[in-house]
Design a protein. Structure first.
Ligand SMILES: Nc1ncnc2c1ncn2[C@@H]1O[C@H](COP(=O)(O)OP(=O)(O)OP(=O)(O)O)[C@@H](O)[C@H]1O
Ligand SMILES: [Mg+2]
Lengths: 242, 340
């Protein structure tokens, strides 16, 4: 399979804080890739760069064989990239259903009944259907996180970017989330998932990328990566924030 | 499980439509039941309602917090005078053309001030309005700094009798308010309106879902500016006299309008309507107290902003789950149907 997303020498810094340091990697169509790294490593920034919320200082991003480095976030969504925000950004004054309808109409370019039924399907998949008529600002944090995923799905992405959606869930909820993401992946959607809840991540992804200080420090098959020295250092040893 | 059903109208909204239509008929008949002073007051209310609805669309939804819409009110007013006096146009044609000209003018202005963010944007809009005021004060043919009156011949071209003219300007104001509110409603109800509402709530999420923020804002700015100019034309068709200070008054055409929208509930369709009612009730009630009236307005605004940031309509809606204009989608689920 050819690469759906390819990142080449991507760099970005905020003053002295380097969030991406000549990062390069590829994601093939249909893959599920996990991203690991300590707090502040630059994971969310990487998503911002891929989704177009942030412009790189250097490097290139290609998606589906075209250069999207200069493409707007809105256009990237239309091309098939949708993301969830780590810090939820719900359309607070709109109902949960309307949140999903925005993605269905604007991102997926559906209209009328077709858009409505797609929005409903997405709410069903994410377990938000009972909350459909509730204004999003009244949701709890966990529900908002689920809405993030629902809204991203409503845009019918070919590449779905998920940013820490498993934190704080009970075992049963986490299990349901894993099943749900597996179904989405089995449906043909390519997934990149940033997650600190490692066991959930490993239940889904086929490959992991580890980042620290904006640099990719390891990449490969999950089992091998989790045994590597770098990862053990990050997750068991030194706390970079201390 | 059978499929959920999506609908938009609610029982309140159906009642609201009937009430609105009845009110419109009664109001349209005002020349037969209302006095001259009442009709003038009601015209003013309708025109303020229009300005408030437009400012709300621009600031409350598109996030374009302008304090310079008096630029377009004054522009519309001056175009009424210029196009009738020098262009020989009928006043109504002049007012419509003023709207068209304002939309053309708003594009280069937008390309300038859209580069500014937050408070700088607001200041930018005010500077533009001041430039308008100073420029029109230079045009001696329009009376320069002291202004001019609409010539009698042009006033007569509206209708030969005074009562006929008063009825006509009243209907124009009522019609303008009805058209503005209906257009804002239909726009917000459309898919583009859904996108604009998303922008209201989160720009970063909206652009991540495929919405072109800049283009949407530009469209809203151009349309509101054009309609604001038309309302400006109607305002000065009532007044029959114009001067730079009256035409480009930040107090009259922006401060009061912001008050109305904030009190009523910014970012809601109902807010400007409620706000207009409150504003005029306060004004009529406090009319005898002179400048105390302005202080009370300020006090009310501060209290509402502190205690009810979503305005009076926000309070009512949160408490009773009401909606007068059926904008929301309601999903009817299985269990709901069993209950009903
Ligand atoms: N817009 C910004 N301006 C300045 N600094 C920023 C900005 N966005 C992120 N940073 C900084 O960049 C660093 C990386 O942030 P980022 O959110 O990408 O980390 P992360 O890997 O997602 O962390 P976490 O696991 O806590 O979510 C942090 O130090 C953060 O404070
Ligand atoms: Mg993060």
């Amino acid at each position: 399979m050819s690469a759906l997303l390819s990142i080449n020498g991507l760099s970005k810094s905020f003053g002295a804080v380097v969030v991406a340091d000549e990062t390069s990697f590829e994601v093939r169509a249909g893959e599920a890739v996990g991203i690991l790294g300590p707090n502040g490593a630059g994971k969310t920034s990487l998503f911002n760069l891929i989704a177009g919320t942030l412009r790189p200082d250097a490097g290139r991003i290609e998606f589906a064989d075209s250069d999207i480095t200069e493409t707007s976030a809105a256009r990237r969504c239309k091309l098939g990239i949708a993301r969830s925000f780590q810090v939820p950004q719900p359309f607070g004054g709109m109902t949960v259903f309307e949140n999903a309808l925005v993605g269905a109409t604007q991102g997926a370019d559906l209209s009328g009944r077709e858009a409505e039924s797609h929005a409903l399907t997405v709410l069903q998949e994410t377990g938000l259907l009972p909350k459909a008529n509730v204004r999003a600002e009244t949701l709890t944090l966990l529900e908002r996180k689920r809405l993030e995923m629902a809204r991203a799905l409503s845009a019918k992405p070919t590449l779905l970017l998920l940013d820490e959606i498993a934190g704080g869930l009970t075992d049963a909820e986490c299990g349901a989330l894993i099943e749900s993401i597996k179904r989405i992946h089995a449906g043909g959607t390519t997934i990149i998932w940033i997650e600190h809840v490692v066991h959930a991540l490993l239940a889904v992804v086929q490959r992991v990328i580890v980042v620290d200080f904006g640099r990719k420090i390891a990449e490969g098959e999950p089992g091998r990566i989790m045994e590597s020295r770098e990862v053990k250092e990050i997750y068991l040893g030194v706390d970079p924030d201390a | 499980m059978s499929d959920p059903v999506v609908s938009r109208a609610t029982r309140t909204s159906r009642i609201a439509v009937v009430v609105a239509l009845l009110a419109l008929i009664v109001l349209a008949a005002a020349p037969w039941w209302a006095g001259r002073a009442d009709m003038r007051l009601m015209s003013e209310i309708f025109l303020y309602l229009s300005l408030a609805s437009l400012w709300n669309l621009m600031a409350g939804y598109a996030g374009l917090v302008s304090v310079g819409q008096q630029a377009f009110v004054g522009f519309g007013g001056y175009m009424l005078f210029a196009l009738t006096v020098f262009g020989g146009l009928h006043p109504i044609a002049a007012i419509l053309l003023a709207g068209l000209l304002a939309s053309a003018l708003s594009v280069p202005i937008a390309s300038l001030i859209f580069r500014l963010k937050g408070a700088y944007f607001a200041i930018g809009t005010w500077v533009v309005a001041e430039v308008f005021r100073l420029s029109f004060a230079q045009i001696s043919a329009l009376g320069g700094g002291s202004g001019s009156s609409l010539p009698v011949g042009i006033v007569r071209s509206l209708a030969s009798s005074r009562s006929g003219r008063e009825a006509l300007t009243y209907w124009l104001a009522l019609g303008a308010a009805a058209v503005v509110i209906l257009s804002v409603y239909l726009f917000l109800r459309s898919q583009r309106g859904l996108a604009l509402t998303a922008i209201r709530d989160s720009e970063v999420a909206a652009s991540g879902l495929g919405i072109n923020i800049w283009r949407t804002k530009l469209e809203v700015y151009v349309v509101t500016s054009a309609l604001t100019a038309i309302i400006g034309g109607l305002i000065f068709l009532q007044k029959l006299r114009i001067s730079p200070d009256a035409a480009f008054s930040i107090n009259d055409w922006t401060a009061f309008v912001i008050f109305i929208v904030v009190i009523g509930g910014i970012g809601t369709l109902e807010g400007p309507i409620i706000g207009t009612i409150i504003f005029f009730a306060l004004r009529e009630f406090l009319a005898d107290f002179g400048t105390i009236y302005l202080m009370v307005l300020g006090l009310v605004a501060i209290i509402v902003m502190l205690k009810a940031p979503k305005g009076v309509w926000g309070l009512v809606r949160d408490r009773f789950d009401l909606e007068l204009f059926p904008l929301s989608y309601r999903v009817r689920l299985d269990q709901d149907r069993k209950k009903t």
